[in-house]
Design a protein around this ligand. Structure first.
Ligand code: PLP
Length: 236
């Protein structure tokens, strides 16, 4: 039980150190450098104070899945990176371009074009990732693997978008080893993207609280961690 804000701060601090240590071990086990893996703090459902505390502990990249929520938190904490990791509705595109340094959830040509138009209006270069539905689960968003390269071509042709890699959400598995193939497939696809479109398509955003070590073993360069840093979130 968290009893005071002081205790909460201590807890967040300890959680970050622990996750960083686990990232370092997973990286070493697969012959990688911990520095090559970004720890994104996913603050959706948590107050801005939690994000501020994580920033004090050295976290520089934050993930949100709602534009409204990100607007408020990024105003409170402007000097860090905010990235969109949730489904983006078309009527939120303009604000999304204002708030986020990167959109990780592009899954259609229409959304890519809408983001490019908004970025042009704001004269801003916008980094994007393509979200790929590797598992094929109907409940997961993301472009199907056989459509991903076409979407990549579209993004390459849009002057205000800068394609920087791929993202996926794996289904929950009691034993994350059983879903490692999903991370391996995203990595193979990323390699294909780099061969087609260039080295800038480098980011592999995969792995969450319960499966990030498996994702790192398969090459994740960014892990998106919420509950393991901040505890259980209130369902919204
Ligand atoms: C909520 C969320 C996360 C973080 O999940 P945890 O299990 O809390 O670590 C990561 N990625 C996406 C896309 C999310 O929506």
């Amino acid at each position: 039980m968290i009893e005071s804000f002081e205790q909460l701060k201590l807890q967040i601090n300890q959680n970050i150190r622990r996750i960083q240590a686990e990232i370092a071990i997973a990286a070493a086990e697969s012959g990688r450098q911990a520095d090559d893996i970004t720890l994104m703090a996913v603050t959706k459902g948590f107050p801005a104070g939690y994000a501020a505390e994580a920033a004090k502990c050295g976290i520089t990249t934050f993930g949100e899945n709602r534009v409204q929520e990100a607007l408020a938190k990024s105003a409170a904490l402007p000097n860090v990176r905010w990235e969109m990791i949730g489904t983006l509705q078309r009527n939120k595109v303009k604000n999304a371009v204002t708030v986020f340094q990167r959109i990780q959830s592009i899954d259609s040509i229409e959304l890519a074009q809408a983001l490019n138009n908004a970025a042009q209006t704001q004269q801003k270069q916008l980094e994007v990732l393509i979200q790929v539905n590797i598992s094929g689960e109907a409940s997961k968003h993301g472009v199907s693997p056989d459509m991903a390269l076409r979407l990549g071509e579209t993004i390459q042709s849009l002057p205000f978008l800068h394609g920087t890699g791929l993202m996926t959400i794996a289904p929950f598995a009691e034993d994350p080893q059983t879903i490692r193939w999903i991370f391996a497939e995203l990595r193979a696809m990323r390699d294909t993207f780099q061969a087609h479109f260039g080295a800038s398509w480098q980011t592999l955003s995969m792995g969450m609280s319960h499966d990030f070590t498996a994702a790192i073993a398969e090459g994740a360069t960014l892990v998106r961690i919420g509950t393991a840093l901040f505890g259980g979130r209130i369902k919204m």
